[in-house]
Ligand binder design. Structure first.
Ligand SMILES: Nc1nc2c(ncn2[C@@H]2O[C@H](COP(=O)(O)OP(=O)(O)O)[C@@H](O)[C@H]2O)c(=O)[nH]1
Ligand SMILES: [Mg+2]
Length: 317
């Protein structure tokens, strides 16, 4: 896309094709000042509840996304999905796997799905993914971010969404091991997938509850709930939407949603600096008026980075 970027209002009413064009442009013009200013403007107006689905490959994340899309659409909510695909980090482009699994109606203008390559094999979020989340959450009522991860990339996801849902596969101890060992950043909600497997799923859910009680539960006074879901039968899907909405409400009521988002913006700034300029860049970003810089990054992460990058290049240039 060339020419000026649309206003937020145009973006909200412009349909899927405009949205797709804007996201593509963000990927090719990520560093320029106009794009940065656009992203900062958009990043301040959040409409959506943003949830992240994470868990090992094959656990059922894409199937669950699909079920959630249908549940949200039944409530006439506009849904955006960002599927972050680690395997495509090798090929450079997003694979079709997730896209084909999502059985969305192409003529429904209120479901928008985008696949994107992860930054690394652990499913880390690229700057492009963060930019896409910023746009989708300003335009949609619900945003679902799907990333592959176990033990490591949950932190990354936590920097970009309101509610992290960890998906656990019945009969596999992987996620449990991480949880018990305290390696994992705790999710906000745990979903045991494939509940239609019956006893195996119930067993997994009770194991997770045990592991959670050992680790002391969630952040602050949030108790991490565990639910059993089946994308196949629809069991527990409604309950999951209630739980994520409850977590979102908890963040709002405890006054932690806005600070959390500002901290996320500051983390994006540091992450962009680290990705582009490494440790040297981080040291420099942390130096004189560091507090001013971090404060600014909380509300203007993208222009903060653009001006830091220009500064850095001038000095070393
Ligand atoms: N029995 C059962 N199988 C499921 C369910 N959800 C997903 N699967 C299967 O699990 C496999 C992986 O699903 P997918 O959604 O692609 O997992 P992802 O890699 O985590 O995105 C597929 O073969 C699905 O058919 C479910 O609710 N019940
Ligand atoms: Mg998937």
């Amino acid at each position: 896309m060339s020419g000026p970027l649309p206003s937020l209002e145009e973006l909200r009413t412009g349909g899927k094709r405009l949205l797709a064009r804007v996201l593509s442009r963000l990927e090719t013009h990520a560093g320029d000042a106009e794009t940065a200013a656009f992203l900062d403007r958009v990043s301040l107006s959040v409409r959506a509840e943003v949830i992240g689905l994470t868990g090992p490959p094959g656990v059922g994340k894409s199937s669950l996304s699909d079920a959630l899309i249908r549940a949200y659409r039944a409530e006439s909510r506009k849904v955006g999905v960002l599927a972050v695909d680690p395997s495509s980090a090798l090929t450079g482009g997003a694979l079709l796997g997730d896209r084909t699994r999502l059985k969305t109606d192409p003529s429904d203008d209120n479901v928008f799905v985008r696949s994107m390559a992860a930054r690394n094999r652990l499913g880390g979020l690229s700057d492009h993914a963060v930019a896409a989340i910023v746009v989708l959450r300003a335009v949609c009522d619900c945003v679902i971010v799907e990333t592959v991860g176990i033990g490591q990339s949950e932190g990354d996801l936590k920097q970009a969404v309101d509610t992290v849902i960890l998906c656990v596969q019945p009969g596999s101890g992987d996620s449990l091991q991480f949880m018990k060992a305290g390696i994992m950043e705790l999710p906000d909600v745990v979903a045991v997938t494939k509940a239609d497997m019956g006893a195996l799923a119930r067993r997994a859910a009770s194991d997770v509850r045990g592991a959670l009680s050992l680790s002391g539960g969630g952040a602050g006074d949030w108790q991490v709930p565990v639910c059993e879901v089946s994308a196949e039968t629809g069991q527990g899907i409604q309950e999951l939407t209630v739980l994520t909405a409850r977590h979102h409400a908890h963040l709002v009521e405890s006054g932690s949603l806005d600070p959390r988002r500002r901290d996320q913006h500051a983390a994006w700034f540091r992450d962009m600096v680290r990705t582009e300029f490494g440790q040297t860049g981080l040291r420099l970003a942390g130096r004189q008026p560091a507090d001013v810089r971090v404060d600014r990054a909380k509300t203007e992460p993208f222009t903060s980075f653009a001006s830091f990058a220009a500064d850095f290049r001038r000095r070393s240039g």
